[in-house]
Ligand binder design. Structure first.
Ligand code: SAM
Length: 281
């Protein structure tokens, strides 16, 4: 009888587990990030008092709690396991951080990212891949994403570092280190833009931009001449690129992108000219 009951319970647990696995893509089991790595992640993202940090798959809440306690930020933890969420909210109350650190039971793929300026992740690569379009769509240009150990396929990190940590359990048993990766969400600049220099002859030009995350290439056409865009890069809403001028010199463009408009400076030799551009339909 006892064996039959045990078998029934085991079957029920298996069913419950597989029902959960079916309804939620898993980002992996609960494995906490060591405190030294938590601190390095928040430092790499430059977290401060004005930030709203969202940890996707927040475990025991340590990243959001550290962001609130040591860096003065506000934060939200999103976690599928209700017990971990209860534990995190309890820790926030105990530490007097409940006003600034909150935890909810939710699938990371359904998380509200509207106010996030920093997103932290320690999730399997498959989940990183599933989250990538959501992060690019819902986060504002300039928002920072920091991940412990796992990268996005195809989107190169803007910065990365390696932390030696004695606290980390490593399956190989030989290397005790964590990789930390940072991405800054780039403004969307793909497409055609009509530019205007504020001074000088032939002030109008056309920009054709082909964007690959924070990098871009394309052409700049002015006064009947087309030049390749080189060194095109975005850091959030800050854009820069260069083109070769007719005399072999280099023209360096910088700008700040704001929706369908960009505005900045062109430096060519000793001269600095202001410019702006609007997106063409
Ligand atoms: C590796 S742990 C990281 C915990 C914490 N972020 C840290 O770094 O200490 C991953 C966490 O994500 C949670 N998780 C996995 N899949 C999830 C999903 N689809 N939605 C929400 N949380 C998920 C797990 O329950 C686990 O607590």
């Amino acid at each position: 009888m006892r064996i039959a009951i045990r078998a029934l319970c085991a079957a029920a647990l298996l069913c419950a587990a597989s029902a959960r696995a079916e309804s939620h893509q898993t980002g992996g089991p609960y494995v906490p990030t060591p405190p030294a790595v938590v601190e390095a992640m928040l430092e790499l993202a430059g977290v401060g008092r004005r930030d709203f940090v969202v940890d996707l798959g927040s475990g025991d809440g340590r990243i959001v709690l550290a962001a609130a306690k040591k860096f003065g930020a506000r934060g939200l933890g999103v976690e599928i396991d209700p017990q971990l969420v209860a534990k995190s909210n309890e820790a926030a109350r105990r530490l007097g951080l409940a006003e600034r650190a909150r935890f909810v039971v939710r699938d990371v793929l359904e998380a509200d990212l509207s106010g996030a300026t920093v997103v932290t992740l320690y999730l399997f690569p498959e989940m990183m891949k599933a989250l990538q379009p959501k992060l690019l769509k819902e986060l504002k240009p300039g928002a920072r994403i920091v991940s412990h150990d796992f990268e996005f396929g195809g989107w190169k990190p803007d910065r990365s570092l390696v932390i030696e940590t004695g606290e980390k359990y490593d399956l190989t048993g030989s290397v005790w280190k964590s990789n930390v990766y940072l991405w800054v969400v780039p403004a969307a600049v793909q497409g055609r833009w009509k530019g205007t220099l504020q001074t000088g002859p032939a002030p109008e030009f056309l920009l054709e931009i082909r964007q690959d995350f924070q990098f871009f290439r394309g052409e700049l056409a002015r006064a009947g001449r087309s030049a390749a865009i080189e060194e095109g890069q975005l850091e959030g809403a800050r854009l820069r690129f260069s083109v070769r001028s007719e005399d072999g010199g280099r023209e360096r463009y910088t700008a700040t992108v704001s929706g369908a408009r960009m505005e900045g400076e062109l430096v060519r030799g000793a001269e600095t000219v202001r410019w702006n551009a609007v997106r063409l339909r």
